[in-house]
Structure formats: structure tokens, C-alpha cells
Design a protein around this ligand. Structure first.
Ligand SMILES: Cc1cc2nc3c(=O)[nH]c(=O)nc-3n(C[C@H](O)[C@H](O)[C@H](O)COP(=O)(O)OP(=O)(O)OC[C@H]3O[C@@H](n4cnc5c(N)ncnc54)[C@H](O)[C@@H]3O)c2cc1C
Length: 397
């Protein structure tokens, strides 16, 4: 058995994408001994569109990663156009909270940038490792994880804290018995595909029971997506007979003008997506463990806010674990504060997400979009005011 617990680690993070790598990077910058395991290999893609809201861009800038994202070829997006009721309104992304752009990097690029940053900060990154459970000490406290590598060899890692950043179907959450504290009706469907460009700005199309759009990304391509109630997506699949046919049908209904433009564009990927996206908030921590990212809080993709949520909560969690690992070892206070801060931070946008995911009439949908935009700006301003974790240590390194 490969035993990585000879010298027990400070933290083992399960899942190395936006939540896990961000938390690992911040904890390593704070001087902790961190190992990240992921069953996937990197760079690799995951099912997700990838617009990063202003609040997420603020986090990338504060952590010193925004230049790497832009240098990867993800275009800085400075123009956003809303189309509804036959009218189009374009605006320039204003300068707020220190940023004047949004960006939509492909996940295989973004996740690799974060994993590399975590590694540079000193985190030990191990891919191809599947965690199958947590182990506990004699008092029942979580004290590590076990699983196997790609070849099936067993792996056992001891750690003072286990962070589950392993996504919606989190094995860590199930193993520790995390409760779901709030469950709203499941959300809708989001489906997407990539099309060759050129594409200039971000676009949104609002129609009855649907929301569609354009996220310009690498290599002149765009992620074209459509959100709808799950029942509508399922009905379209039944009538069209294929994912691609159903996607075309939904787009035609939601955004005929975009659909017309796509007739002359080359689709460069298959159609992917997810139906019935859960809207739920789970218990965030317990003795020796914590959850971050989709593992602890999942929402309908209609507000495209999961990456930004993961970034915000990774920083809240890193601060809490840093405090718990410190001399005072105020674990229960620090982790309870993490849950309280996370729940307070997510409330407004979660509420808007659930209301948008119920597809109200177009006028109300547009009003909710305005509320979303204000809530994101408020969150971005708040994040921009936080001290950057590990800044002092980096400056003296
Ligand atoms: C269709 C769709 C569109 C979306 N669009 C957007 C958008 O435009 N903007 C936005 O901000 N958000 C969007 N989201 C949400 C966003 O994708 C998620 O919130 C985000 O990926 C969560 O990141 P994470 O790191 O928590 O989890 P994940 O990205 O799910 O990563 C979890 C990692 O854990 C690993 N793992 C899982 N189980 C184990 C195990 N047992 N052992 C070891 N490793 C394990 C996996 O391999 C994976 O690498 C979208 C989601 C969907 C489904």
C-alpha cells in the first residue's frame, strides 16, 4: 500500500479543480503542508460552461492569476449585449472593484492554471488518485482519506484536515455524512457546444422559458449555450431524436437571430450539458473535515456563478483552516465561522438563481437579471476589500 501518512499532512484536498486547487494554493501560500488528489488527469475538461463573473475575476486578480488566464488566449470581454423582446442593448463592462472585464476560459485551461499555481505555492498535486472513503481516529474525528491509484494500488493519506472539493456527487460529503441543510426544487437544463468565430462580445438572449447566450473563448471560438426548464429540454430531445437536434431546436426557439448566425458557423464540439441541476446547500464542516465548491453548495447554472462561488468559498475556508491549524487551534469556532460566512455570502445570488431557474415571465426575468448584476457588483466590491491570504509570507519569501 502506498502510505502517504508517515508524516501526517496538514491538509488533504480531494478534487483539484476550481475549488480544490484554489483552496490548496491559498493554504500552501499560508505555509501549510497540503496534498491534493484527483481521480482525473490534468489538463482535462469537465462538463461546464465557463463565464467568470466580475467577482470571480476579482479573485483571479487578487491571487495574481488574471494575467495567466488572459495570456492563455482567453479574450478579455468588455462588451455585453442583452437581447429581449426584439430589442438589443449593449454596454461596456465598467471599471469596478479593480476590474473592467469578464472572461470565459476553457476549463481545461483555467483548472490547469489553478493547479499549477497550487503546485508553485508548494502543494503536492497527485492526479489519478480516487478517494473511496475517509478514515477516522479513535474519537471519530476525520483523520485522512483512503482510495486507490489508477493501477488499483491502495492509497492511504493521513491529515489533520480533509477538504472535500470533489464536486456535486462528493464522496467526501457522503463519507462524513454531511447533511443537506437547504434543498430547493431542482433547477433546469443547460446545454452547450462550441462554434468557430470570430465572436466579439458576450451575448444574452431572453425569451419565454429560455435563456441563451454566447461566451467568447480561446482560438476565436465561442461557447454557445441554452438554459431551459428540464422538461422542455427532455421534450426537445424526444422530438429531435439527438442532442444536436434538440440543441438546435431550443436555440431556434430562444434566440432565432443567433440560430440564424449559427447556420453559417462551424460547430467544433458535440453538445454537452446537464439536466435537473440540484439547488442545495450542505453542512460545510465537522471535526477534521470541510466541504468547498459544488461539494458543499450547488446551484442551477443559469446564473453562471459556480466558479465564482468556488473561488470565494475557497478563500473563506483557507482562512478558517489556517486559523484552526494555528497555535490557538480554535477549530470549532473557525469552521463554524466558515459555514456562517459562506451561507451569508451565497444567500442573495442563490435566491436569485432559484427564481430565475423557475423561468418567470420575460419582464420579471429581466428584472432578476438586473438584481443579479447588482448583487455580483456588491460581492466583487466586498472581495476586493479583503486582505490577500499569504501576501505577507509571499512578500518576505
Ligand atoms: C452545464 C453547466 C454549466 C455551467 N456553467 C458555468 C459558468 O458559465 N460559470 C460558472 O461560474 N459556473 C458554471 N457552472 C458551475 C461550475 O462548473 C461548478 O460550480 C464548478 O465546476 C465547481 O467546481 P468544483 O471544483 O467544486 O468541482 P468540479 O469542477 O466538479 O471538480 C471536482 C473534481 O473532483 C474530482 N473528484 C470527484 N470525486 C473524486 C474522488 N472520489 N476522488 C478523487 N477525485 C475526485 C473530479 O475528478 C473533479 O476533478 C456550470 C455547471 C454546469 C453543469
Amino acid at each position: 500500500m502506498l502510505t502517504l501518512n508517515r508524516n501526517r499532512r496538514d491538509v488533504v484536498v480531494v478534487g483539484g479543480r476550481v475549488a480544490g486547487s484554489a483552496a490548496a494554493m491559498l493554504l500552501a501560500r499560508l505555509g501549510h503542508d497540503v496534498v491534493v488528489v484527483d481521480q482525473a488527469s490534468f489538463p482535462s475538461d469537465t462538463v461546464s460552461t465557463h463565464s467568470i463573473a466580475r467577482s470571480g475575476v476579482v479573485q483571479l486578480r487578487r491571487w495574481g492569476l488574471l494575467d495567466a488566464v488572459l495570456d492563455s488566449g482567453a479574450p478579455a470581454i468588455r462588451q455585453v449585449t442583452f437581447h429581449a423582446d426584439g430589442e438589443s442593448v449593449s454596454r461596456t463592462v465598467s471599471q469596478k472593484a479593480g476590474v473592467d472585464l469578464v472572461v470565459a476560459p476553457r476549463r481545461y485551461v483555467l483548472d490547469a492554471i489553478l493547479a499549477t499555481a497550487a503546485q508553485r505555492a508548494g502543494a503536492d498535486m497527485r492526479d489519478g488518485v480516487t478517494v473511496t472513503g475517509v478514515r477516522r481516529d479513535r474519537r471519530g474525528r476525520v483523520a485522512g482519506v483512503y482510495g486507490h491509484d489508477r493501477g488499483g494500488a491502495p492509497i492511504d493519506i493521513g491529515a489533520r484536515y480533509v477538504i472535500g472539493a470533489d464536486g456535486l456527487r462528493s464522496r467526501v460529503a457522503r463519507s462524513v455524512g454531511a447533511t443537506i441543510n437547504e434543498a430547493r426544487p431542482p433547477g433546469g437544463a443547460t446545454q452547450y457546444a462550441y462554434y468557430a468565430g470570430p465572436w466579439t462580445g458576450m451575448e444574452f438572449f431572453v425569451a419565454e422559458r429560455s435563456f441563451a447566450g454566447v461566451f467568447p473563448t480561446h482560438d476565436g471560438q465561442a461557447c454557445i449555450w441554452v438554459c431551459s426548464p428540464s422538461a422542455d429540454a427532455q421534450a426537445a430531445r424526444r422530438t429531435a431524436g439527438s442532442r444536436e437536434g434538440a440543441f438546435g431546436e431550443l436555440l431556434e426557439r430562444s434566440a432565432p437571430e443567433l440560430s440564424e448566425r449559427l447556420r453559417y458557423a462551424r460547430r467544433t464540439s458535440p453538445v454537452q450539458g446537464m439536466l435537473r441541476m440540484p439547488n442545495q446547500v450542505s453542512q460545510a464542516s465537522g471535526p477534521g473535515w470541510a466541504l468547498v465548491g459544488d461539494a458543499g453548495y450547488h446551484r442551477d447554472a443559469i446564473t453562471a456563478h459556480g466558479i465564482s462561488d468556488a473561488f470565494r468559498d475557497a478563500e473563506l475556508l483557507a482562512a478558517a483552516v489556517d486559523q484552526a491549524l494555528g497555535a490557538g487551534r480554535e477549530e470549532s469556532t473557525a469552521l463554524a465561522r466558515y459555514q456562517q460566512q459562506r451561507d451569508q455570502a451565497l444567500t442573495e445570488i442563490f435566491e436569485i438563481t432559484c427564481r430565475l431557474g423557475a423561468y418567470p415571465a420575460v419582464a420579471e426575468f429581466i428584472e432578476l437579471q438586473k438584481q443579479l448584476s447588482a448583487a455580483i457588483d456588491k460581492e466583487a466590491a466586498e472581495l476586493a476589500s479583503w486582505p490577500v491570504p499569504g501576501d505577507r509570507l509571499l512578500a518576505t519569501a
